[in-house]
Write a protein that binds this ligand. Structure first.
Ligand SMILES: Nc1ncnc2c1ncn2[C@@H]1O[C@H](COP(=O)(O)OP(=O)(O)OP(=O)(O)O)[C@@H](O)[C@H]1O
Ligand SMILES: [Mg+2]
Length: 288
């Protein structure tokens, strides 16, 4: 797909106008882009024919496919992306695609899809403090930004998280990791060591970066059999969160119970939670 200059201009201005509200008018787009209204109307009409935007008479809205296109153009212009590869995974909250750069580097591009099932519902939710509406666009842009910042911060304290290379709009570009999710119950060289490694990473994130994942489970841990990586951080909370301890215990419990079911290892969840938060020792891991 090759867009004309009028289309790119109209699309970028439409995007700006619909951060903070769901729809906008051609007049607003003309104002923001500094382009004559006829040129804007032509661009909008073409974008609509390509099903990249929607219109109901005088108002216009941007579709997720158009936002994907803007982000992909960003990565292509920066030489991060030369071609789009296979869909690696379709999660609840994102689609992850393989991306190949001109230099031959392999990346995993995570495109956020929060509110995919019901964009309307997300659009209706107001942000608690702001007077503006938080549209699905805002929510997905914020999630990507939050995950990129989390991974950047975590990179300073551990090697067991994906490397975030760049972020744009609703996407995060990650170095592609080898391996599979723990849910696949892959054969582990040393299951005890893997459990320890996951837990030491959770502890470093907490003690050195002040972060709790908040959604940790076998779904968000990748492994190549020896190394482990903790992925999926947009919902992280800080150590001063009022439910910090509860969330930490949930993360610890989910991992411990999975290693019990999958690898026959058992340990004390309460003692391990204490250790994660800086007191006591790593409790004994027993074979069951
Ligand atoms: N850096 C990466 N390298 C390789 N694969 C990755 C990478 N990041 C994510 N994936 C794949 O994409 C899947 C989804 O990623 P992630 O968990 O971050 O998103 P999600 O939308 O929360 O998914 P889910 O709802 O399944 O938890 C992962 O389970 C993994 O298979
Ligand atoms: Mg996940």
């Amino acid at each position: 797909m090759r867009l004309r200059p009028e289309e790119w201009q109209a699309l970028r201005a439409l995007e700006k106008c619909t951060l903070g509200k769901a729809t906008t008018s051609a007049e607003s787009i003309a104002k923001v882009s500094g382009q004559p209204i006829d040129r804007v109307n032509f661009g909008l009409n073409e974008l609509n024919k390509r099903k990249l935007i929607g219109t109901s008479g005088r108002t216009f809205e941007i579709y997720i496919s158009a936002v994907d296109l803007l982000a992909l153009k960003f990565y292509a212009d920066k030489d991060y992306a030369n071609s789009l590869g296979k869909l690696i995974a379709k999660g609840k909250e994102s689609d992850v695609y393989e991306v190949l750069s001109a230099k031959g580097d392999l990346y995993a591009l995570k495109l956020f899809r929060l509110g995919r099932t019901s964009f309307r519902d997300v659009t209706r939710k107001r942000h608690a403090s702001a007077r503006q509406f938080n549209t699905w666009l805002d929510i997905n842009y914020q999630a990507a930004h939050r995950e990129f910042n989390a991974l950047t911060r975590l990179a300073e304290v551990t090697k067991n998280v994906p490397t975030a290379v760049a972020t744009n709009r609703h996407t995060v570009l990650l170095k592609e990791l080898p391996g599979v999710r723990l849910t696949n119950r892959p054969e582990l060289v040393d299951p005890k060591k893997a459990l320890r490694e996951v837990m030491e990473t959770v502890r470093e994130a907490y003690l050195k970066a002040g972060m709790i994942n908040g959604d940790l489970s076998e779904y968000n841990i990748l492994t190549d059999g020896a190394a482990v990586w903790l992925i999926d951080w947009p919902q992280w909370v800080g150590k001063d969160h009022p439910n910090a301890k509860e969330l930490m215990k949930r993360d610890v419990g989910a991992v411990v119970r999975f290693f019990d079911r999958g690898y026959g290892l058992s340990t004390d969840i309460d003692a391990l939670t204490e250790y994660m938060m800086g007191s006591g020792r790593f409790p004994a891991i027993r074979r069951v």
